[in-house]
Write a protein that binds this ligand. Sequence first.
Ligand code: 5GP
Ligand code: ZN
Length: 116
Amino acid sequence: MSDNCLFCRIARGEIPSRKVYEDDDMFAFHDINPVAPVHFMLIPKHHLVSLVEVDDSHAALLGKMLTLAPKLAREQGLENGFRMVINSGKGGGQEVFHLHIHIIGGGNIPPMVKRS
Ligand code: 5GP
Ligand code: ZN
């Protein structure tokens, strides 16, 4: 838990969000500024900054996130597939420094990296 972290505060219900899922360890909610018809984020309730800080002790947590995300995607109507994005650290374009997986789909999803 981190008092001033935006996503910790969302997971605690102190800041409203459109909740997708919650259990003892995980919280999922719709992105406030979606890039596709379905765009939600899955976060651990435990405050973890990013994948940059991850070590072996986080293996179970990350495994749970990666197995839960496809279930939530299906529940949100993404039977044909989805994109998952984890921006990691300043070098990865991360803006909110609490680990989150973006789950995106439902529209025309272009190739991820534009090549000119
Ligand atoms: P990042 O760039 O760190 O991977 O993604 C942060 C995401 O959080 C962005 O897609 C942004 O739209 C979303 N976001 C930022 N503030 C809020 C908020 O207060 N509520 C919700 N639901 N999403 C937010
Ligand atoms: Zn946090």
